[in-house]
Design a protein around this ligand. Structure first.
Ligand code: ATP
Length: 231
């Protein structure tokens, strides 16, 4: 197993912080339930939602980074367990998760457990991410099921590529308590309420003149209407 940070001493009191990045184009109830259910199921103190400024793995988003950031703020209003981080939107370079986790480490210290939350589709693509093998030294990784994502008819962890499988095999745990004992390095699958909602579905509906109501918060939909986004 690759090197990972030492076990926590008695001094590390703060609970694990969840980290949920995404293009959030727009943010929807799938993202919000992912954050909320990860927080509960994994005992996270809070979940930090981090909209990507310039997502490296896809084309230009359908709305600006500032709009996506504003929608994320609207979406979490009233939920003290969630927060929004504008670091990737403000950064001049592409939004690489490894850089964001390095920034969070500098901000929060070496001992604070960080939990990178990913849907199964994002997790499967991990080997294409910038400096991906370094992510395990920076954070734990929590992987949620995602409806429609079951290549070869099988669900994770049966579908890992050989490289990802080799990187994860010795790290997998089903015990959320394991996330508190170290700052980083474990991989934990968890089940969330299956929600077959995606931002692309919402963009398609809006582009086609259809209703996207009840797939995303009303406040976000109002913002989309007000600014005439995705038409
Ligand atoms: P798009 O349809 O534009 O590709 P998306 O809905 O997948 O967007 P992203 O912002 O790319 O949204 O996703 C951010 C993170 O949220 C990823 O880890 C993704 O797997 C996860 N995610 C998004 N929607 C869901 C969902 N309905 N259930 C579980 N995870 C989700």
């Amino acid at each position: 197993m690759p090197t990972e940070p030492a076990a926590l001493g008695d001094g590390a009191e703060a609970g694990p912080l969840g980290v949920l990045g995404g293009t959030f184009d727009p943010i929807h109830l799938g993202h919000l339930r992912l954050a909320e259910e990860a927080r509960e199921a994994l005992g996270l103190e809070r979940v930090r939602m981090i909209p990507a400024g310039q997502p490296p793995h896809r084309g230009v988003p359908g709305s600006t980074a500032d709009d996506r950031l504003a929608m994320a703020h609207l979406a979490i209003t009233g939920n003290a367990g969630l927060e929004v981080d504008d670091g990737e939107v403000r950064a001049a370079q592409k939004s690489y998760t490894v850089l964001t986790l390095e920034r969070l480490r500098a901000e929060l210290g070496r001992q604070r457990p960080l939990v990178l939350i990913l849907g199964a589709d994002a997790f499967a693509g991990l080997p294409s991410w910038h400096r991906w093998t370094e992510l395990f030294a920076l954070a734990h990784i929590a992987v949620a099921n995602r409806p429609g994502y079951a290549p070869h008819g099988r669900r994770w962890p049966a579908v890992l590529s050989p490289a990802l499988d080799a990187a994860c095999r010795d790290r997998i745990t089903n015990d959320p308590a394991a996330l508190r004992h170290r700052p980083a390095g474990r991989v934990i699958p968890f089940d969330m309420t299956p929600l077959a909602i995606s931002a692309s579905l919402i963009r398609d509906l809006l582009r086609g003149g259809h209703s996207a109501r009840y797939l995303l918060p009303d406040a976000v939909l109002d913002y989309i209407d007000l600014h005439n986004l995705y038409r």
